[in-house]
Design a protein around this ligand. Structure first.
Ligand code: DO4
Ligand code: MG
Length: 288
Protein backbone atom coordinates (compact mmCIF):
# COMPACT_ATOMS: atom_id res chain seq x y z
CA UNK A 1 0.00 0.00 0.00
CA UNK A 2 1.35 3.42 -1.00
CA UNK A 3 0.24 6.68 0.61
CA UNK A 4 0.80 10.12 -0.83
CA UNK A 5 0.20 13.71 0.14
CA UNK A 6 -1.48 15.54 -2.68
CA UNK A 7 -2.45 19.09 -3.61
CA UNK A 8 -6.04 19.47 -4.73
CA UNK A 9 -7.32 21.91 -7.35
CA UNK A 10 -8.76 24.18 -4.65
CA UNK A 11 -5.35 24.45 -2.92
CA UNK A 12 -6.22 22.12 -0.06
CA UNK A 13 -3.96 19.22 0.86
CA UNK A 14 -5.28 15.67 1.02
CA UNK A 15 -4.09 12.14 1.49
CA UNK A 16 -4.16 9.76 -1.44
CA UNK A 17 -3.92 6.00 -1.75
CA UNK A 18 -1.94 5.21 -4.90
CA UNK A 19 -3.37 2.22 -6.76
CA UNK A 20 -1.54 1.65 -10.04
CA UNK A 21 -2.30 4.55 -12.35
CA UNK A 22 -5.09 5.88 -10.09
CA UNK A 23 -5.19 7.74 -6.79
CA UNK A 24 -8.03 7.38 -4.30
CA UNK A 25 -8.33 10.76 -2.61
CA UNK A 26 -9.39 10.07 0.97
CA UNK A 27 -12.33 12.04 2.27
CA UNK A 28 -11.19 14.75 4.71
CA UNK A 29 -11.16 13.31 8.20
CA UNK A 30 -11.12 15.27 11.43
CA UNK A 31 -9.73 12.21 13.15
CA UNK A 32 -6.78 11.79 10.79
CA UNK A 33 -6.10 15.13 9.13
CA UNK A 34 -2.43 14.33 8.39
CA UNK A 35 -0.41 11.47 6.98
CA UNK A 36 1.60 11.41 10.21
CA UNK A 37 -1.59 10.79 12.18
CA UNK A 38 -2.53 7.84 9.96
CA UNK A 39 0.97 6.44 10.48
CA UNK A 40 0.48 6.78 14.25
CA UNK A 41 -2.43 4.32 14.27
CA UNK A 42 -1.77 0.72 15.26
CA UNK A 43 -2.61 -0.52 11.74
CA UNK A 44 -2.18 2.27 9.14
CA UNK A 45 -3.34 0.01 6.26
CA UNK A 46 -6.61 -0.76 8.09
CA UNK A 47 -7.05 2.95 8.85
CA UNK A 48 -6.66 3.79 5.16
CA UNK A 49 -9.09 1.04 4.15
CA UNK A 50 -11.67 2.43 6.57
CA UNK A 51 -11.16 5.93 5.18
CA UNK A 52 -11.51 4.78 1.56
CA UNK A 53 -14.74 3.03 2.59
CA UNK A 54 -16.10 6.42 3.67
CA UNK A 55 -16.22 7.66 0.09
CA UNK A 56 -12.94 8.19 -1.72
CA UNK A 57 -12.81 10.08 -5.01
CA UNK A 58 -10.65 8.53 -7.76
CA UNK A 59 -8.44 10.50 -10.12
CA UNK A 60 -5.57 9.60 -12.41
CA UNK A 61 -2.07 9.58 -10.96
CA UNK A 62 -0.81 11.45 -14.04
CA UNK A 63 -3.07 14.43 -13.28
CA UNK A 64 -2.26 14.46 -9.54
CA UNK A 65 0.12 16.95 -7.94
CA UNK A 66 2.13 15.02 -5.40
CA UNK A 67 3.64 16.73 -2.36
CA UNK A 68 6.52 15.54 -0.19
CA UNK A 69 5.15 12.75 2.05
CA UNK A 70 5.91 14.58 5.28
CA UNK A 71 3.71 16.64 7.60
CA UNK A 72 5.40 17.73 10.80
CA UNK A 73 8.14 15.13 11.25
CA UNK A 74 11.82 15.94 11.62
CA UNK A 75 14.23 14.44 9.10
CA UNK A 76 17.43 12.83 10.37
CA UNK A 77 20.16 11.06 8.45
CA UNK A 78 22.80 8.43 8.99
CA UNK A 79 26.22 8.78 7.39
CA UNK A 80 29.06 6.54 6.21
CA UNK A 81 26.91 3.41 6.26
CA UNK A 82 28.26 2.15 2.92
CA UNK A 83 31.92 1.54 2.02
CA UNK A 84 31.60 3.91 -0.99
CA UNK A 85 30.71 6.82 1.28
CA UNK A 86 33.59 6.01 3.62
CA UNK A 87 36.14 6.07 0.74
CA UNK A 88 34.71 9.21 -0.87
CA UNK A 89 34.67 11.08 2.45
CA UNK A 90 38.22 10.04 3.29
CA UNK A 91 39.35 11.39 -0.10
CA UNK A 92 37.51 14.72 0.16
CA UNK A 93 38.66 15.46 3.68
CA UNK A 94 42.34 14.79 4.37
CA UNK A 95 42.31 16.15 7.93
CA UNK A 96 39.22 14.21 8.98
CA UNK A 97 39.86 11.02 6.99
CA UNK A 98 40.59 9.03 10.14
CA UNK A 99 37.18 9.90 11.63
CA UNK A 100 35.27 8.74 8.54
CA UNK A 101 37.33 5.55 8.57
CA UNK A 102 36.58 4.94 12.24
CA UNK A 103 32.85 5.73 12.13
CA UNK A 104 32.23 3.18 9.36
CA UNK A 105 33.18 0.36 11.73
CA UNK A 106 32.33 1.97 15.09
CA UNK A 107 29.51 0.73 17.29
CA UNK A 108 27.89 4.20 17.39
CA UNK A 109 26.78 5.36 13.90
CA UNK A 110 27.00 8.86 12.53
CA UNK A 111 23.53 10.41 12.87
CA UNK A 112 22.73 14.01 12.10
CA UNK A 113 19.75 16.31 11.93
CA UNK A 114 18.90 16.87 8.26
CA UNK A 115 15.73 18.89 7.73
CA UNK A 116 12.43 20.26 8.88
CA UNK A 117 9.45 19.87 6.50
CA UNK A 118 9.85 23.35 4.98
CA UNK A 119 13.36 22.44 3.75
CA UNK A 120 12.09 19.34 1.94
CA UNK A 121 11.30 19.19 -1.79
CA UNK A 122 8.62 16.77 -2.96
CA UNK A 123 8.27 15.17 -6.40
CA UNK A 124 8.95 17.67 -9.18
CA UNK A 125 9.83 20.48 -6.78
CA UNK A 126 13.22 22.17 -7.09
CA UNK A 127 16.10 20.91 -4.98
CA UNK A 128 18.72 23.50 -4.16
CA UNK A 129 22.49 23.71 -4.17
CA UNK A 130 23.97 26.38 -1.93
CA UNK A 131 25.07 29.65 -3.48
CA UNK A 132 28.39 29.48 -1.60
CA UNK A 133 29.23 25.90 -2.62
CA UNK A 134 31.04 24.75 -5.76
CA UNK A 135 31.07 20.94 -5.38
CA UNK A 136 27.62 19.44 -4.85
CA UNK A 137 26.17 15.96 -5.13
CA UNK A 138 22.86 14.22 -4.68
CA UNK A 139 22.86 11.37 -2.15
CA UNK A 140 20.21 8.77 -3.02
CA UNK A 141 19.14 7.08 0.21
CA UNK A 142 16.45 4.72 1.40
CA UNK A 143 14.39 6.68 3.95
CA UNK A 144 12.78 4.94 6.93
CA UNK A 145 9.43 6.36 8.03
CA UNK A 146 8.98 6.03 11.80
CA UNK A 147 6.04 6.95 13.98
CA UNK A 148 6.38 8.52 17.45
CA UNK A 149 6.88 5.05 18.96
CA UNK A 150 9.86 4.63 16.61
CA UNK A 151 8.06 1.80 14.79
CA UNK A 152 9.16 1.36 11.19
CA UNK A 153 5.86 1.94 9.40
CA UNK A 154 7.04 2.72 5.87
CA UNK A 155 9.72 3.70 3.41
CA UNK A 156 10.25 6.49 0.93
CA UNK A 157 12.97 7.73 -1.41
CA UNK A 158 15.35 10.30 0.07
CA UNK A 159 17.93 12.66 -1.38
CA UNK A 160 20.46 13.95 1.15
CA UNK A 161 21.89 16.82 -0.97
CA UNK A 162 25.45 17.60 0.12
CA UNK A 163 28.05 20.29 -0.51
CA UNK A 164 31.24 18.25 -0.60
CA UNK A 165 33.63 21.21 -0.66
CA UNK A 166 32.13 22.63 2.53
CA UNK A 167 32.08 19.32 4.42
CA UNK A 168 35.57 18.46 3.08
CA UNK A 169 37.08 21.74 4.27
CA UNK A 170 36.28 21.04 7.91
CA UNK A 171 34.02 18.36 9.44
CA UNK A 172 32.61 20.98 11.82
CA UNK A 173 31.00 22.53 8.74
CA UNK A 174 28.86 19.41 8.18
CA UNK A 175 25.57 21.06 9.25
CA UNK A 176 26.14 23.81 6.69
CA UNK A 177 26.99 21.28 3.97
CA UNK A 178 23.82 19.38 4.73
CA UNK A 179 21.09 21.67 6.08
CA UNK A 180 19.73 24.62 4.09
CA UNK A 181 16.57 25.51 2.16
CA UNK A 182 15.74 22.81 -0.38
CA UNK A 183 18.46 20.45 0.92
CA UNK A 184 16.39 17.29 1.05
CA UNK A 185 14.19 15.43 -1.40
CA UNK A 186 11.48 13.00 -0.27
CA UNK A 187 8.84 11.11 -2.25
CA UNK A 188 7.05 10.27 -4.38
CA UNK A 189 5.03 8.56 -1.62
CA UNK A 190 5.34 6.23 1.35
CA UNK A 191 5.22 2.47 0.80
CA UNK A 192 3.89 0.87 3.97
CA UNK A 193 6.34 -1.58 5.53
CA UNK A 194 4.31 -4.72 4.75
CA UNK A 195 4.46 -3.95 1.02
CA UNK A 196 8.26 -3.48 0.83
CA UNK A 197 10.66 -6.15 -0.50
CA UNK A 198 13.14 -7.53 2.03
CA UNK A 199 16.24 -5.33 2.56
CA UNK A 200 18.45 -7.68 0.49
CA UNK A 201 16.17 -7.17 -2.53
CA UNK A 202 16.07 -3.36 -2.44
CA UNK A 203 18.03 -1.69 -5.23
CA UNK A 204 18.77 2.03 -5.46
CA UNK A 205 19.43 3.71 -8.84
CA UNK A 206 20.52 7.27 -9.50
CA UNK A 207 20.49 9.08 -12.86
CA UNK A 208 21.55 12.71 -13.32
CA UNK A 209 20.56 14.24 -16.68
CA UNK A 210 21.90 17.49 -18.08
CA UNK A 211 19.68 18.42 -21.02
CA UNK A 212 19.47 15.29 -23.15
CA UNK A 213 22.70 13.79 -21.80
CA UNK A 214 23.10 11.43 -18.87
CA UNK A 215 25.89 13.04 -16.80
CA UNK A 216 26.04 10.35 -14.11
CA UNK A 217 24.38 7.08 -13.30
CA UNK A 218 25.03 4.61 -10.53
CA UNK A 219 23.39 1.84 -8.53
CA UNK A 220 23.69 0.07 -5.23
CA UNK A 221 21.61 -2.24 -3.10
CA UNK A 222 20.62 -2.07 0.53
CA UNK A 223 22.44 -5.33 1.30
CA UNK A 224 25.66 -3.32 0.85
CA UNK A 225 24.79 -1.29 3.94
CA UNK A 226 27.06 -1.97 6.91
CA UNK A 227 24.29 -1.45 9.48
CA UNK A 228 20.78 -2.79 10.00
CA UNK A 229 17.67 -0.62 10.19
CA UNK A 230 17.16 -1.71 13.81
CA UNK A 231 20.67 -0.64 14.75
CA UNK A 232 20.18 2.85 13.27
CA UNK A 233 16.72 3.25 14.82
CA UNK A 234 18.02 2.09 18.20
CA UNK A 235 20.74 4.73 18.22
CA UNK A 236 18.41 7.45 16.97
CA UNK A 237 16.00 6.64 19.81
CA UNK A 238 18.61 7.09 22.55
CA UNK A 239 17.60 10.05 24.73
CA UNK A 240 15.60 11.44 21.81
CA UNK A 241 11.86 11.65 21.28
CA UNK A 242 9.89 12.41 18.14
CA UNK A 243 6.31 13.28 19.10
CA UNK A 244 5.32 13.69 15.42
CA UNK A 245 7.44 10.82 14.10
CA UNK A 246 10.69 11.05 12.18
CA UNK A 247 12.07 10.19 8.75
CA UNK A 248 15.56 8.68 8.82
CA UNK A 249 17.75 8.64 5.71
CA UNK A 250 20.01 5.60 5.86
CA UNK A 251 23.15 6.86 4.10
CA UNK A 252 24.40 6.80 0.55
CA UNK A 253 26.09 3.97 -1.30
CA UNK A 254 26.40 5.99 -4.51
CA UNK A 255 28.89 8.86 -4.72
CA UNK A 256 29.88 10.22 -8.16
CA UNK A 257 33.60 10.60 -8.93
CA UNK A 258 35.48 13.66 -7.72
CA UNK A 259 35.19 15.37 -11.14
CA UNK A 260 31.39 15.51 -10.89
CA UNK A 261 29.36 18.35 -9.47
CA UNK A 262 25.68 19.15 -9.91
CA UNK A 263 24.71 22.19 -11.97
CA UNK A 264 21.54 24.26 -11.97
CA UNK A 265 19.11 22.66 -14.42
CA UNK A 266 20.23 19.06 -13.81
CA UNK A 267 17.43 16.53 -13.38
CA UNK A 268 18.11 14.09 -10.53
CA UNK A 269 16.10 10.84 -10.58
CA UNK A 270 16.34 8.30 -7.79
CA UNK A 271 14.51 4.98 -8.03
CA UNK A 272 14.16 2.48 -5.19
CA UNK A 273 12.59 -0.98 -5.48
CA UNK A 274 9.17 -1.23 -3.88
CA UNK A 275 8.71 2.54 -3.82
CA UNK A 276 9.18 4.31 -7.19
CA UNK A 277 11.07 7.26 -8.62
CA UNK A 278 11.68 10.69 -7.12
CA UNK A 279 12.69 13.24 -9.76
CA UNK A 280 13.74 16.83 -9.04
CA UNK A 281 15.35 19.62 -10.99
CA UNK A 282 18.30 21.36 -9.35
CA UNK A 283 18.39 25.12 -8.82
CA UNK A 284 21.07 27.37 -7.37
CA UNK A 285 20.09 30.74 -6.12
CA UNK A 286 18.08 32.43 -3.40
CA UNK A 287 15.80 30.10 -1.46
CA UNK A 288 12.07 30.63 -1.52
O1 DO4 B 1 29.77 12.45 7.22
C1 DO4 B 1 29.27 12.88 6.25
C2 DO4 B 1 27.93 12.56 5.75
C3 DO4 B 1 27.80 11.15 5.27
C4 DO4 B 1 26.54 10.91 4.55
O2 DO4 B 1 25.65 11.74 4.44
C5 DO4 B 1 26.34 9.59 3.91
O3 DO4 B 1 27.19 8.71 4.00
O4 DO4 B 1 25.28 9.42 3.29
MG1 MG C 1 23.98 11.05 3.14
Amino acid sequence: MQLARILQGDGRRAIGLVEGSAVAVLAASNEYPTLAQILETSDPAATVRSLTGKGARYQSLASTTLLAPIDEQEVWAAGVTYRRSQTARMQESEGAAVFYDQVYAAKRPELFFKATPHRVAGPGEPLRIRQDARWNVPEPELALVLNSRLELVGFTVGNDMSSRDIEGENPLYLPQAKVYDGCCGLGPWITLAAAMPSPDAIRIDLVVRRGEAVRFEGSTSVDQMARSFDDLIGWLARDNSFPRGVILLTGTGIVPGDDFTLSAGDLVSISISGIGTLANQVVQGPGS
